[in-house]
Every structure is written in C-alpha cells, then in structure tokens.
Design a protein around this ligand. Structure first.
Ligand SMILES: [Zn+2]
Length: 395
C-alpha cells in the first residue's frame, strides 16, 4: 500500500530564501526543458526523452549556479515535464481535451520538487544547497520519496510511504453513506455528519477585489498573494474537516457503500456550490477508501440511480421531488427521512456488490426481518438485476 503523508515543515529564514532561489531555478529548468522538447519536435519530428534531457542538464551543471545542488534533486523539473508530456499524450490518445504543457512565469512558477530515495537525520532532512528542513515525525514504513512544497502559507513536506498492510481486522458493520444537499453526509444508521460550514466570504471578497485590480499592476500582485493565502487557509480547514468526518465513520465501520458520482456530470454542472460540494465528496470518498483499507475493510461505489425514489424497505418506486424531505412509501407505508432512505438503498447495493457478510444488527437497520432475509439471499447468490447493473461501477 502506498500512501502520502503531508506535514508542515519547519525552516529557518535562510532556508526560505535558498528554497525560493532553488524553485526559481526549477522554473527556469522547466521552461528550458519545454523549449528543448518543442524545438526537437519541430526540427526532427520526434520527441526527446527524459534521459536525453538529463544529458543536457549534465552540460548545464558546469555552471556553479547549477552544480551547487544535488543532480538528483535538480532533475525533479525534468521528471515533472516528462510526466506532463506523458499525460498530454495519454489525453490526446483518449480523445480528451489535451492541455499542452505551458511555460511558467516567475509568479506562477514551480512551487515544489521531489527528493527520491531520501536520507533522514532524525526528524529532519538535509538538502544540498538548500539546508535543513525539519518536520514533526518520520512516518512509519519506508519513505521512497519526499516532496517539498512551498505554498502561500507554509512549507510542507510530503512523504510517499510504502507500507505493508498488517491489519487483521475483518470487514465489519457495513454502512451506506449518502451525500446530502447541504454539505453533509447521511448514514444508513440515521447518523448525520455535518461537514462543517466553511466560511468562504473572505475568499469571495478577495476574488471580487482582484477582478477589479488593474492587470500587471503591483497592487494586483499583492491581491493575488492575499487570495492564494486565503485559498490555502480554507483548503486546510476543509481537509481537517474531512479527516474528522471520515474518522468518525471509521470508529464503528470499515465497510462503506457510497454513491459513485460521475465526474462528467460535475463538469457540465454550472451550479458552483454543487460543484464544490461534489469535489469535496470525491476527496471524502478517497479518504474513506484509504482509511477503510488500512482497517481491513473497503469502500464500494454503487450506481446512484433511483436511490432516492425507491423504498429501501419494499422496493416500491415513487416520484420524489426535491422539496419532499420524507419518503412516505406508497407500497409498504414506511416513513423515513429522504436521505436516510437513500443511504439505505446505497447500503443495500453495497451488500449485493461486495458480498459482505450480513451481521444481525448490521442488516438494514429498521427493516423488517423478511426484507433482511431477502437481501441476504440476494447477496449470497450474487445474482439479480441490481447486482449486475451495479457491477460496472466497482472501482
Ligand atoms: Zn415501501
């Protein structure tokens, strides 16, 4: 299992300055490497490889400006551009919008670099030409790479860690999670997770200010920086909130069924609030997935069709306009909160899809005994239309 763990780094002022200088040089290298690739293609019609660009860098390294850094660290920019091109060709091949790698300006330059095969000295790492970067603690497992990131608010260190999964906990207590309308998640147990309302007013105000600033002016640049800082501040809060919410679920469940939201719909959707929420949802699910995996469980993504229109108890389908907050079943007469009903449908599909063993309490809370049995039989046989329908959504 490969994980990335990010920590805020502690660096002194001189290191800050040298870090800036190094990142400026990385930006320069990115641009030179991009130019070299373009020129080569124009002249010869073929692409230049990462290894060829490495050789060019060796020549540049005769300059002490460049040789003051470790070559391996310096190659970071070349690896990045190679990845950018590979991604570009992959998108072209897949018929997606390609997005050609672009030149970077001084103000929008490279802001991170990788150190492969890092050597640590306690809770710090020394990088030649830059200095010592301290951090809180070395994560468990083998760190194969660290990434140093300089953002608007801080310097962070990201560890890419290879870890054996030693968890022996068995999958237990499956649960369904539905995305509610007001940035919250509703669990099939009836529990509601408030994702915490994040105050975006300052962000909006700064955006407005920026849009009025004169292009190329100094004051505009300052406003850009202020916006970036605020942006990062909001992102950090969001991230912490997500950790809190996912940990809350993980306390008593490690098998989780969620809706598989389609990214394509998200792009088409012009409702900004919804788009933000769905983006958050993607991160939320990713986080759940790695936490579930390290706890011996799993996350199953199910088709989001009809989860709100079908009765989770008897399967009766009825119209459910958005303003209706309760599902009053016309078939069996059950009355459930709209979102709880949806999350139970999601859980049901999760059972069918993953073949989770049904514990006595875990089986569809609130459902009559005969319905539980019914679901259990379906889950065991792993047949039935729903199962096949949903299969293509397993990831
Ligand atoms: Zn019903």
């Amino acid at each position: 299992m490969i994980r990335t763990i990010t920590q805020t780094a502690k660096v002194g002022k001189p290191v800050h300055i040298r870090l800036d200088a190094f990142l400026r040089q990385q930006t320069e290298l990115w641009n030179v490497a991009l130019q070299e690739r373009q020129d080569c293609y124009k002249k010869t019609g073929r692409s230049i490889s990462y290894y060829e660009q490495q050789k060019s860098l060796t020549k540049i390294r005769k300059d002490p400006e460049f040789s003051q850094y470790h070559a391996q660290t310096q190659r970071s920019a070349l690896r990045r551009i190679d990845e950018a091109f590979q991604a570009f060709f992959r998108r072209v091949k897949a018929g997606e919008k390609p997005g050609y790698p672009r030149l970077k300006s001084r103000h929008r330059g490279v802001h991170s670099f990788d150190v492969p095969d890092p050597r640590f000295n306690g809770n710090s790492i020394r990088i030649k030409g830059i200095g010592t970067i301290r951090f809180k603690e070395l994560p468990e497992g083998k760190t194969t790479m660290v990434r140093i990131i300089k953002s608007a608010l801080r310097v962070s260190i990201q560890f890419v860690v290879k870890k054996e999964n030693t968890c022996t906990r068995k999958p237990h207590e499956p649960i369904g999670v539905d995305l509610g309308l007001k940035d919250r998640a509703i669990l099939s147990s009836g529990m509601t997770l408030d994702a915490g309302r994040i105050d975006r007013r300052t962000l909006k105000r700064l955006q407005r200010k920026l849009s009025r600033a004169e292009k190329g002016s100094n004051s505009r640049r300052k406003k850009v920086m202020a916006l970036r800082r605020e942006w990062e501040r909001v992102r950090i809060i969001e991230h912490d909130e997500l950790h809190r919410a996912t940990s809350e679920i993980m306390k008593s469940h490690n098998c989780i069924a969620v809706e598989n939201l389609q990214i394509d719909n998200m792009v088409k959707n012009h409702n900004l609030a919804r788009a933000i929420m769905e983006q958050q949802w993607g991160k939320f699910v990713d986080m759940l997935a790695y936490k579930a995996e390290s706890a011996g469980g799993e996350v199953v993504r199910v088709a989001p069709h009809n989860t709100s229109t079908d009765c989770s108890v008897c399967g009766h389908r009825q119209k459910m306009p958005l303003h209706k907050r309760r599902f009053d079943c016309g078939g069996c007469g059950v009355s459930l909160d709209r979102d709880v009903n949806a999350s139970r449908n999601i859980l049901k599909q999760g059972y069918l899809l993953a073949g989770w063993e049904m514990g006595q309490e875990s089986a569809l809370p609130g459902a009559p005994e005969n319905v539980r049995k019914d679901v259990m039989v379906n889950a065991g046989g792993n047949s039935g239309k729903t199962g096949q329908d949903a299969e293509q959504y397993v990831t």
